[in-house]
Design a protein around this ligand. Structure first.
Ligand code: ATP
Ligand code: MG
Length: 564
């Protein structure tokens, strides 16, 4: 089996690694089996998409693009039980966001093929390859055998073609109770692969379907429906995750027996897992249903809608998928790598602003009363193309509480009584005094400033070791800032023994009393910024309003991930 980087191709200067799926497609094209690559992403609309799905979307979309082929979003909506149109809409939005575009012509619904699937079943019956079976679900399980023992033939296996055709039609017409009869593929009850032991391909189930209503009371099973859906759409490479590897012989059997002209090929790859992060749809759903999070898009989740709300960009997710690679070997990626990707993406693109999250007042005693001056500040030190802005400065400022200490340890270079620091983009200030409340908390700091030391004037008189950020109290806007930690208590691991999730009670911290530069008041939902020293922040798309602006912390500036 090929590893993800076993095959390198020189394109100009750059060495491009081919993954094992590209190797398979290259060979199929070379040997003339494939003229135009068609891939698909086939979500079941039973929940919101998560970061694992993003991997599958980008893989399939990326291959279609690379080979100048087609990419389909196909809703795998053959199971009417759990599907909701809310999910269909959210999936559409997420795929569009991840890929950058999505045309209506690229969207397909498996339920549109129910007629063809029914015809396929008739074809198998006519070929003597399928039969109606009256065993109960429990009996079918018993007859199936085990990994060690072969199964036993059903007593209904030898029904005639005529009898099967008649019974199957009557199943469709609603003559039989739910669960009383099924249609089974006639393959091999002694196959070492249990999936090949006459699998059920149609069942009777009286359920409303979101697309077809009550037209059908029989529904096809996944292993039968999926290859047919692929074949109908002309999918050439049907890429799925490793748990379907043992189902591949059945996939191949279905497309072969139905004699599709250009049968699709199933290829499996390893799922994306994130260490200590809840990724399974089932578990995310549980957190939502139990009210532990604020909906599917709660910024602590790794659903695509949550990542978007938190402030991640499609580019950062794409970069993350590149770094995590495509492979056959199961592994787990670090959330820190995803954080690295968003920092890298925003670093050059977003302005660096000043925001104070835990404010204390700083008064410059020798600064003129009622004066506001506008200082020239670079928007992004690493990207001069982003230009400058004017930031107001005055006698009364806010600074972050952690930037002042009454009695500092050695090597503390920020503000303390008698010490001088630079106010970022402004002047040197020296602490002369401070006030406290009854409990000894600092409530106000007094400083003097040196007008000679204004930033950008080339002042070289003396040096200070610390620089701290600030906002001007008179012009500042108030904001709410939400800081996030993993929703899971990492010390204890993701799951308890009984399958429930170890919830971290401190995963959300809400700071209601933050001050931001006045220009940030104009920020729109989804806009993101760097806040000096605090990290990258994004205006919340759900709760932020003009009167009450809310920022989500996307990621802090500190990194525990080192790129190779
Ligand atoms: P979950 O594993 O969260 O329950 P699922 O597999 O039930 O999700 P589907 O809607 O059936 O979700 O998945 C749609 C596609 O996404 C499938 O092709 C599936 O293999 C792929 N997929 C699901 N989870 C991952 C993952 N973690 N990494 C990569 N691909 C995934
Ligand atoms: Mg599934």
């Amino acid at each position: 089996m090929s590893s993800p980087v076993d095959n390198k191709e020189n394109k100009g200067e750059e060495v491009i690694s081919r993954n094992f799926i590209e190797n398979i497609i290259d060979k199929d094209i070379e040997e003339g089996h494939c003229k135009k690559v068609v891939t698909r992403f086939p979500p079941e609309p039973n929940g919101y998409l998560h970061i694992g799905h993003a991997k599958s979307i980008l893989l399939n979309y990326g291959l279609a693009k690379e080979y100048d082929g087609d990419f389909h979003l196909r809703f795998d909506d053959t199971n009417p039980m759990k599907e909701k149109s809310e999910y269909v809409e959210s999936i559409m939005e997420d795929v569009k966001w991840i890929c950058g575009d999505l045309d209506v012509e690229q969207v397909f619904y498996a339920s549109d093929y129910f007629d063809q699937m029914y015809e396929c079943a008739i074809k198998l019956i006519k070929k003597g390859k399928a039969y109606v079976c009256d065993l109960s679900a429990d009996e079918i399980r018993e007859y199936r055998g085990t990994l060690k023992e072969p199964g036993k033939n059903s007593p209904y296996r030898e029904r005639t073609i005529e009898e099967n055709l008649d019974l199957f039609e009557r199943m469709r017409d609603g003559e039989f109770e739910d669960g009383s009869k099924v249609l089974r593929a006639k393959i091999d009850m002694s196959s070492p692969n249990i999936n090949m032991r006459d699998p059920v391909i149609y069942r009777v189930a009286r359920m409303e379907h979101h697309n077809t209503g009550d037209k059908w009371c029989i529904y096809p099973m996944y292993d039968f429906a999926h290859p047919i859906e692929d074949a109908i759409e002309g999918v050439t490479h049907s890429i799925c995750t490793l748990e379907f590897e043992d189902h591949r012989p059945l996939y191949d059997w279905v497309v072969r027996e139905l004699e599709f002209e250009n049968p699709p090929k199933q290829i499996e790859f390893a799922k994306l897992y994130l260490t200590n992060v809840v990724t399974g749809k089932r578990y995310i759903k549980k957190l939502v249903e139990d009210g532990i999070v604020d909906g599917w898009d709660d910024p602590r989740l790794v659903t695509i809608s949550a990542l978007r709300r938190r402030g991640f960009t499609p580019e950062s997710i794409r970069k993350f998928m590149e770094l995590s690679g495509i492979s056959k070997a199961q592994s787990s990626s670090d959330y820190a790598m995803l954080e690295y990707c968003i920092r890298e993406d925003l670093k050059m693109k977003r302005p660096r602003m000043m925001a104070v999250l835990d404010p204390i007042k700083l008064v410059i005693t020798n600064y003129p009363e009622n004066e506001i001056e506008y200082l020239d500040v670079a928007n992004n030190l690493e990207n001069p193309d982003m230009g400058n802005r004017k930031v107001p400065f005055g006698k009364v400022l806010y600074i972050d509480r952690e930037d002042f200490m009454i009695d500092p340890p050695r090597k503390y270079f920020r503000l303390f009584p008698g010490n001088e620091v630079r106010l970022m983009n402004a002047y040197f200030v020296k602490c002369t005094d401070y006030l406290t409340d009854e409990e000894g908390n600092v409530t106000e700091i007094h400083c003097t400033y040196d007008p000679e030391t204004k930033s950008g004037t080339g002042f070289t008189g003396r040096k200070v070791k610390g620089t701290i950020h600030w906002v001007c109290a008179e012009t500042a806007e108030k904001a709410e800032v939400r800081l996030y930690e993993n929703i899971v208590d990492e010390e204890k691991g993701v799951y308890n023994e009984d399958g429930t999730i170890n919830v971290n009670p401190d995963s959300l911290k809400v700071l209601k009393n933050c001050y931001i530069e006045p220009s940030l008041a104009e920020a729109q939902p989804m806009d993101s910024f760097q806040f000096v020293r605090h990290g990258y922040f994004c205006v919340d798309s759900k709760d932020s309003t003009k009167e009450h602006i809310v920022f989500n912390r996307i990621v802090s500036l500190k990194s525990s991930y080192r790129p190779k």
